[in-house]
Design a protein around this ligand. Structure first.
Ligand code: S3P
Length: 171
């Protein structure tokens, strides 16, 4: 059964917020990929990037997705770069449905501007950079997704209803 909900999308698209809402309102078990990796490595993502490099981090993401295949009915809040590897997309599609949460570059900027836990944005926290990285990734996000869900100016509860509704349609 492909019953896990994978939330993908750019940094600041709202993956963690929606995962938390799905947990609160629908009792779904949530896996935050970034958090799981930090717990496993016992250092923050920014230090993993600094000390071991991005490739090492990407490998950990793939390993974690493999491990999650053993579970069912999860909500997985993916890292923003998780769906960029084709093998990760395959792993997700084997065990669930992939929801691409979209947000405008302006919305993303507003959501990430005061945080410091995203190494790719740390020295590039500005609209032109966000817009260009988003454009570069857009095609791959769309190709990975079963569904696109807009998050701009929408309440988390409404977005969750849409996601749960889509899951019910296909069951
Ligand atoms: C990344 C997004 C981050 C985190 C890492 C790399 C990316 O996750 O996995 O900093 O490549 O977009 P969030 O999307 O949860 O911020």
């Amino acid at each position: 059964m492909r019953d896990t909900i994978f939330l993908i999308g750019f940094m600041g698209a709202g993956k963690s917020t929606i995962a938390e809402c799905l947990k609160q309102q629908y009792g779904r078990r949530v896996v935050e990929m970034d958090q799981r990796i930090e717990e496993q490595e016992q250092i923050p993502i920014s230090r993993i990037f600094e000390e071991k490099g991005e490739e090492y981090f990407r490998e950990l993401e793939t390993e974690l997705l493999r491990e999650l295949q053993k579970d069912r009915n999860l909500v997985v809040s993916c890292g923003g770069g998780t769906p960029l590897r084709p093998c990760n997309v395959e792993l997700m599609r084997e065990s669930g449905r992939v929801f691409f949460l979209t947000a405008s570059p302006e919305t993303v900027y507003e959501r990430v501007k005061d945080s410091h836990n995203r190494p790719l944005l740390e020295k590039n926290k500005n609209l032109p950079f966000i817009r260009s990285l988003m454009e570069e990734r857009q095609e791959r996000y769309e190709a990975a997704a079963d569904y696109l869900v807009s998050t701009d100016s929408r309440k988390a509860e409404e977005i969750c209803r849409e996601i749960v509704g889509k899951m019910a349609e296909i069951e």
